[in-house]
Design a protein around this ligand. Structure first.
Ligand SMILES: [Ca+2]
Length: 277
């Protein structure tokens, strides 16, 4: 099963407040994005549309989002988890009020908020973060009516999916040695950080095959596959040059010491953007 979503991930915060943020390349309506965020954990208080509670968190979200998504005419906002319930702007994940003008952190775009305040347009009940394009100011929040935007999902500490993450930094020179992978220890499988893989752009349509023997391995290197696994050695290859002979600027980037059986439904692919500290 090849995943359909292309996302980048980063971490922000310390200790119990260290949260995971996933920035999605696809666009969804507010309700669909919210439902997707909840579906990651099954609990809308554990995984929800991003709800910045401080200026530093807001900056981290903005900086990482615009590192991954270039602002433009079709990418001017991302959904956040703020919405208007008819009386107050609130973060839906915990019901906290965000427009009280008091102690709670707010980052409204003043002109947009004032215009909304005058009309109280009932359709403009969702909070989106501007990505800075055209007249839109980056990092600030805008009251928006429903539309399809990119979105950022925040997951609280301890509720992240259980992936065995493969580090591809320095691949080609060294392999990430994996000695603790099993489907029982990592129920969400193996996840490849593809941001370091040269020329990789198949985030939503990557292909994978496991080779039974050396002959198959050589044969699969000459097929239009992105990833090939050689179970006999436990090596996972990136096939950078597709159907050309060999692996191009690719090659084995991970070795599984236990040589487990790997299938495509155990694999997922994403882009890791690091940790904001
Ligand atoms: Ca090849």
């Amino acid at each position: 099963m090849s995943q359909s979503k292309y996302y980048a991930e980063f971490k922000y915060g310390t200790g119990a407040d260290r949260h995971t943020y996933q920035i999605y390349k696809d666009k969804l309506t507010y309700g669909t994005a919210k439902a997707y965020a909840t579906s990651l954990t099954g609990d809308q208080t554990k995984s929800y549309l991003v709800s910045p509670g401080s200026s530093a968190e807001n900056d981290a979200v903005y900086n990482k989002t615009t590192e991954f998504i270039t602002p433009g005419p079709d990418a001017n906002y991302v959904w956040t988890g703020g919405d208007y319930d008819g009386a107050n702007w609130k973060y839906y994940y915990n019901g906290s009020t965000i427009d009280d003008g008091g102690a709670n952190y707010t980052n409204w775009n003043e002109l947009a908020y004032d215009a909304w305040f005058l009309t109280q347009d009932a359709a403009q009940k969702y909070m989106a973060m501007g990505l800075q394009y055209d007249a839109v100011t980056g990092k600030e929040w805008y009251p928006k009516q429903d539309s399809s935007y990119h979105y950022v999902v925040e997951t609280v500490n301890g509720y992240e999916k259980q992936y065995k993450d493969i580090n591809t930094i320095g691949y080609g020179r060294s392999k990430d040695i994996i000695s603790d992978y099993s489907t029982s220890a990592y129920k969400d499988g193996v996840r490849i950080n593809a941001s370091e893989l040269t020329n990789f752009d198949h985030y939503t349509d990557w292909t994978f095959k496991a080779a039974r023997n050396k002959k198959k391995l050589k044969k699969f290197a000459k097929r239009d596959l992105d990833f090939v696994y050689y179970q006999k050695k436990g090596d996972l290859y990136y096939n950078e040059n597709g159907s050309s002979k060999g692996w191009g600027i690719g090659g084995a980037f991970a070795r599984f010491d236990d040589e487990p059986r790997l299938t495509s439904d155990q694999l997922s692919v994403y882009a890791y953007l690091g940790e904001v500290v």
